[in-house]
Design a protein around this ligand. Structure first.
Ligand SMILES: Cc1cc2nc3c(=O)[nH]c(=O)nc-3n(C[C@H](O)[C@H](O)[C@H](O)COP(=O)(O)O)c2cc1C
Length: 208
């Protein structure tokens, strides 16, 4: 199916078959493809925390406003950004790997690594949070498209208490939780939703 058709047909699904399982091999394949998403300076900050343990899933229910997707979907992933990805060591390592793979020469390796290090050097925590949100969101959308292409249904969720979720899953402040993604077999179609007329969202040269 084309990307255009997936986008046309996709709905947020809120009711999943709790007995349907998706193998970890399939999920790994989907995530591997999602990792190809564009990301700032290729620092690869997105992490995919898959919650398999049913007890952990149950513990998330009350802090996610009892949204049943949290327990019923075959797969629940906490989409995280890793603040340590901004570390100089990580940036150098990634560019060294690109050099070793033969993708660029020494000069380009050093130029790209230094440009990235300098780019993040003066950024505030708030700036870095935005950087992570961008990267994780792009990877999230890729994962949603891929899961839908594979014949599953999905929902994105920000309807949860971030502080309580991080506590329940013992996620440290090293990570920014950006959203949850549930993947599975829908038992009820997602309702249709309207969109603005495209001419109302396109602006040229100026927006007021
Ligand atoms: C960042 C984000 C967070 C969302 N959080 C929730 C959520 O917590 N619960 C929910 O039922 N839907 C959630 N949604 C789904 C939206 O309500 C849905 O995408 C929107 O209504 C458009 O419908 P559609 O996805 O079926 O086209 C979320 C969507 C996004 C992008």
């Amino acid at each position: 199916m084309s990307v255009k058709d997936i986008l046309r047909k996709r709905r947020s699904v809120r009711h999943f078959d709790p007995n349907y399982t998706i193998s970890s091999e399939i999920i790994t394949t989907l995530i591997e493809s999602a990792t190809k998403s564009p990301n700032g300076n290729n620092i690869q900050a997105t992490r995919y925390l898959i919650i398999e343990d049913p007890k952990l899933r149950d513990s998330l229910l009350p802090l996610a406003f009892n949204q049943q997707q949290v327990v019923e979907a075959s797969v629940l992933i906490v989409m995280l950004g890793d603040y340590q990805a901004f570390d100089k060591d990580n940036i150098i390592k990634i560019h060294e790997e690109g050099y070793q793979a033969g993708y660029f020469n020494e000069a380009l390796r050093d130029f790209l690594a230094n440009a990235a290090i300098n780019y993040y050097a003066d950024k505030s925590h708030e700036d870095l949070k935005l950087e992570l949100t961008r990267d994780v969101s792009l990877a999230s959308m890729s994962l949603i498209l891929l899961a839908n292409e594979a014949g599953f249904e999905t929902i994105t969720m920000s309807g949860y208490n971030s502080k309580n979720l991080k506590e329940a899953l013992t996620i440290s402040d090293r990570y920014l939780d950006v959203m949850l993604i549930a993947i599975g077999k829908g038992t009820r179609a997602g309702h249709k939703t309207v969109r603005h007329d495209v001419n109302n969202v396109i602006h040229k040269n100026k927006i007021v």
